[in-house]
Write a protein that binds this ligand. Sequence first.
Ligand code: PGA
Length: 250
Amino acid sequence: MKIIIANWKLNSNKIKIKNYFKIWKKHNINNKLKIIIAPPIIYIPYIQKILKKYNIYNIKLCAQNIDFHTKGPYTGEISAKMLKDNNIKYVILGHSERKKWHYETNYNILKKIILSKKYNIKPIICIGENINEYINKKSLEICIQQLNYLVKKSNLNIFINTIIAYEPIWAIGTGQSANILHIKNIHKYIKKYLNNINPNNNTNTKVIYGGSINQYNIASIINNKYINGALIGKTSLDIQIFMQSIQKLN
Ligand code: PGA
């Protein structure tokens, strides 16, 4: 089963959302796909209502962030506990855009991962290298460093029941995805790493790719045994393109 996560980021509105799902319900979605949509959090109740109205049951909803506290005087934040309260089962954590624009630190990301797991929210943990690291052939080293940090500051079970998204920073929103061989290799090594740190318990850890996936490259990137799915930004916003994309998957 492939996992497809649509990350809408800071986009959409009620009219667009209604149209999106109006078109969605006319399509048959391959039941081998697990589809997860991460809209801006404020639209989740509206989307829940629309999904119910249109009898759409094959979509899970996801938050794009949580705070590293559970409650208290933290203006503007939402918590893992609140996601649970609203039946939201997934959250994207450590996205490079949050690191860039909101100065997110690895330590805070770790706290968020721990909190989300505590409340049974599955975290989608983003990792990936920048352009210089890529040019200097350090992609794998950087990914392993990022994973190792989380293990060292917590324990070997930190990745159980999580999704790891390999997202090269230079490929996000640029229209230039990483090449297939590179993506496959990184996924292979991440899986080997997970197996090494916890041979008995990593079967629940999925590894997916994100970065300029579109209707033309999705099949060649995702249709292979090393890659468990895709995190799709820009091209998930247009329902026609998104449909064309996911229909190319086995
Ligand atoms: P993109 O975004 O598909 O627009 O490159 C991916 C992501 O940020 O998750």
